[in-house]
Structure formats: C-alpha cells, structure tokens
Design a protein around this ligand. Structure first.
Ligand SMILES: [Zn+2]
Length: 302
C-alpha cells in the first residue's frame, strides 16, 4: 500500500516497527471509510508527505484526538506501542453477523476476538428456555479468555448480539504473544479479573435487583458497546438476556418510556436520556464501569 520509502511518515513507522501488519488494517478500514484505527499513536505525524497514500494516513493521525473513532478495541489500544504493531500483525479483521454463535459450552477455543463495533453476549444455558446473559464483550474486551488460563475450552455460549467488525487472532498466535509480551500478560490478567467481577455481579443483580432497574442497567451497557443510541431488541430477546418473563420486560420498558428515558416501538429502542437511565439503574452499571476504569484504564491494583 505505502510504497514510497522516501516518505517521512513511512520511514518513521518502519523505524518504530509500525508498518508490520499495518497495511492490512489500513486498507480494510479505508475501504470502509473508517481511517483512524491504530494510526493515531504513530509518533511524529508529518504534514508534508510526498505520496497520496501517506497524506491520507497523516490526516487520519490528526483526526484522532478531536474525533475519536469507535473502531478500536481498548485492550489492544492499551498495549505499549512497540508490542501493539506485532500483535496486530497476527490479527485479521472479520465481520460478525447478528445471531452468529461463535462458541458453545465445551467447544474448543480456536481463536480470540477483539470486537470493534460488534458485541457478543456470553450466555449460561440450563435448558432450551432457561438462558441468561452473564457477561457482554464489546470494544472494551476480548472473547476467548479461557486461553489465559491455558485452557482451550469455552465455558459459555458466545452469541453475537451486535453485528459489526472484530479483530480475530488464532489461539496459537495469542500463546506466542503471551510468552513474549509481559505487558499483554498483565493486561489480560487484569481483564480476566474485570470479567470475573462482571459474572459475579450479574449473579447478585439477577437475584436481588428489580427488572426495571436491571433493564435500565442493561440498556446503557449495550449502548456503550453498540456505539449508538438506537438499539433493536425484541421483548423475547430482552427476556432471554435478563432471564425474566416477557411480561416483566413489557412492564419495565413501559415504565422507562413513561419516565421519558427511552422510546420503544416494535423492538426499536432509542435511548433518550442516558444519564436518567443510569440514574434509574440498580447501581451495577456504575459498578462495572468503575472497576473497568480502575483496573484497566488506570491500571491500578485490583
Ligand atoms: Zn444490579
């Protein structure tokens, strides 16, 4: 893609190892009209570049601070620059379709996934109708965490709930990177802690908190990962996710709509008042956000 080795930015990226694997992502994202992924952290962006391709990249580097793109994964973004480029070189960008089942309980984990604008529900199933979403993975996380424990077995069903893109890496490649990169090991161990917190919090939330408050928690949680105020979610699907009867969802959604927090029509939900929705939630949304910020974003001790 970028062939002109006299270009200052090109030389800079090569010096920092940033070109390794980069053209694959850049090409794909340019094709989709999304150009800010991964390139923002390239050091010393240049304004006077001799080739059209590089001018394109330079613009993308300058756009990132004022125009954050949802097309990123926070875990990968958190890796040190020197490790991120080689990590990305072993990833491929894939599309995930709504309703796609990535793994079943007991199935082999052959890849890990880093959602970009897609998101995935982790579901515990006790029977055909007894299903409960116990965690959600979006652009803040990774699917396939059992590999961190050196187990290649999936404990839960992983169902794509929000269609979109993800980065996918083979399990063997993740193992190589874990062996070579202490920062990656530390980061994913921290994320495992956050995920365990989410799983246990859901157990307590489901038992102790009311449906309306749980729905008010679940909607901004989904909104964060969908990167959109518009969600398409049927009563049946919501009932399955929250492990309640459809009538409970109807009552909860009507109450939230009555308070002017959402509008709901035939499965199309629009979040009208996000702050109000969080205020009406059970507190578990704030708890999830807080622990992620402390353990992952700020990197403090769990
Ligand atoms: Zn709760």
């Amino acid at each position: 893609m970028v062939q002109n080795s006299t270009c200052p930015a090109y030389v800079s990226w090569r010096t920092d190892g940033m070109m390794m694997g980069m053209p694959v992502f850049a090409q794909r994202l340019i094709g989709d009209g999304l150009i800010t992924l991964w390139l923002s952290s390239t050091p010393e962006p240049c304004d006077a570049l001799p080739c059209a391709e590089c001018r394109f990249f330079t613009r993308s580097m300058h756009m990132k601070p004022s125009t954050p793109s949802p097309m990123t994964n926070h875990l990968i973004d958190s890796l040190p620059l020197k490790d991120r480029a080689s990590f990305l070189a072993d990833c491929e960008v894939i599309d995930l379709a709504f309703g796609e089942v990535i793994s079943e309980p007991g199935g082999q984990v052959t890849h890990v996934y880093f959602p970009l604008d897609s998101f995935i529900s982790l579901i515990e199933s006790l029977g055909e109708r007894e299903q409960l979403e116990v965690a959600m993975v979006g652009s803040e996380g990774m699917l396939g965490m059992s590999l961190i424990l050196e187990l290649d077995e999936s404990p839960l069903r992983a169902l794509v709930q929000g269609a979109g893109s993800a980065l996918r890496m083979p399990a063997a490649a993740l193992g190589r990177h874990l062996a070579q990169c202490p920062a990656l090991q530390a980061l994913l161990r921290r994320y495992l802690y956050v995920l365990i917190h989410q799983l246990t919090r859901v157990a307590a939330c489901t038992h102790f908190h009311q449906v309306e408050a749980r729905l008010a928690r679940w909607l901004p949680m989904t909104q964060d990962r969908a990167h959109s105020d518009q969600l398409h979610l049927t009563h049946e699907f919501l009932a399955m996710m929250l492990g309640v009867r459809r009538a409970g969802i109807t009552h909860g959604a009507m109450a939230l709509q009555g308070h002017g927090l959402i509008s709901y029509h035939r499965g199309d939900i629009t979040v009208l008042d996000r702050a109000g929705l969080i205020e009406a939630s059970c507190g578990c949304y704030a708890a999830d956000r807080s622990i992620y910020r402390r353990v992952i974003t700020e990197g403090g001790a769990p």
